[in-house]
Design a protein around this ligand. Structure first.
Ligand SMILES: NC(=O)c1ccc[n+]([C@@H]2O[C@H](COP(=O)([O-])OP(=O)(O)OC[C@H]3O[C@@H](n4cnc5c(N)ncnc54)[C@H](OP(=O)(O)O)[C@@H]3O)[C@@H](O)[C@H]2O)c1
Length: 322
């Protein structure tokens, strides 16, 4: 079968299309015929070798897929033909991949496979960071960085549905228009204006919650946009540098910073993470929430797709189709 392998750590030229062995499901596993593989920023960090505890090359990239079960191992309560999404860990950039039967989610009714491939990682992350980790309440204000990105577009919509006032940053007007369309009340072009000044000007001493998937200077600056007793959820470092929140600002401002990692949290606190699945499935099925599939690439063009995301050209979810 065709697959995309990371040959060694480095840039996107290290993604190679290979002829891989067809995987056979073992106990508790299913084999999924991949109809769409979701690309996540984590795939890029792993490929660069910058992902804490990430896989070692050579490995087939891709942690999230949507597709059809085409073979089942022993002890699996699933049928051949079931349409599922799965956070497979690695191996998703391929025509077939094995999935742990416990990790499977049904494709929400009415969603295409491309849309379904944008559901588990980004919508669970957004929901968890806003609610289970962030404690968002109706009427709260929230600042979402990269508001037109994969997690960002999910977070803007989920925050909107929770009755929050949504501030969002992005680097271009086109991205800000897309975020505004989804319910971002205060779109901020951080290339043209200072996001802290804008938040301060439009709130009483800052927002209640910040979602920070950027790291670097954005982390420290975001604390200045956070009100006293506010909370920041740190869930990524798209800038390439981890954030370093100054503790004096935390203690004098009674501010809280909390970390979030979907995979690790799902393994240790599955109920806390996965409890949002029924609600998200329903809201995606009835159209309250929409997966924003911004770009689709052929599986063979995975390197191009990675470059597209790394150069900040992407909006919403980027998907590979075998
Ligand atoms: N902790 C978890 O479990 C978890 C789960 C999912 C995702 N994440 C993290 O969440 C973040 C967003 O992930 P995503 O897949 O949804 O990606 P994404 O937001 O679709 O893409 C990344 C966006 O980050 C912004 N950005 C800022 N500085 C950047 C830089 N130096 N290089 C590239 N992009 C930069 C860009 O938006 P602008 O052009 O608008 O600035 C870019 O479009 C990532 O840090 C990812 O690792 C974490």
């Amino acid at each position: 079968m065709k697959a995309v392998q990371v040959t060694e750590y480095g840039d996107s030229s290290n993604l190679e299309v290979v002829d891989a062995e067809m995987p056979e499901p073992g106990e508790g596993e299913v084999r999924i015929e991949v109809k769409a593989a979701g690309i996540n920023f984590a795939d890029i960090m792993q490929r660069r070798g910058h992902y804490h505890g990430g896989p070692e090359p050579p490995y087939i990239a891709g942690l999230e897929v949507a597709g059809v079960i085409d073979a089942v191992g022993n002890g699996v309560g699933r049928e051949v033909g079931d349409e599922v999404t799965s956070m497979v860990g690695i191996g998703g950039y391929a025509e077939y991949v094995l999935g742990d039967a416990r990790s499977l989610l049904d494709v929400p009714e009415g969603l295409s496979f491309e849309e379904a491939a944008g559901f588990p990682v980004q919508f669970l992350t957004a929901h968890n960071c806003l609610h289970e980790w962030g404690g968002l309440e109706e009427g709260d204000s929230v600042l979402v960085h990269a508001a037109a990105g994969g997690v960002g577009t999910a977070a803007v919509q989920i925050a909107r549905e929770a009755g929050a006032e949504v501030f969002g940053t992005a680097s271009t007007q086109e991205k800000l228009d897309a975020a505004a369309e989804l319910g971002c009340d205060h779109p901020i072009n951080y290339e043209e204006e200072d996001f802290v000044e804008r938040v301060q000007a439009e709130t009483d001493y800052g927002v209640d919650l910040v979602l920070d998937g950027i790291g670097g200077d954005t982390t420290e600056r975001s604390l200045d946009a956070l009100k006293e007793f506010g909370r920041m959820v740190s869930y990524g470092a798209a800038s390439g540098t981890p954030g370093r929140p100054p503790t004096n600002e935390l203690l004098f401002g009674n501010k809280e910073v909390v970390g979030y990692h979907l995979g690790r949290a799902a393994a240790r606190k599955p109920m806390k993470v996965m409890g949002a699945v029924p609600e998200l499935t329903e809201m995606l099925s009835d159209g309250t929430l929409e997966v924003q599939v911004g770009h689709t690439f052929a599986l063979e063009d995975a390197a191009e797709a990675h470059e597209f995301i790394e150069s900040r050209k992407s909006q919403g979810k980027v998907v590979l189709v075998p």
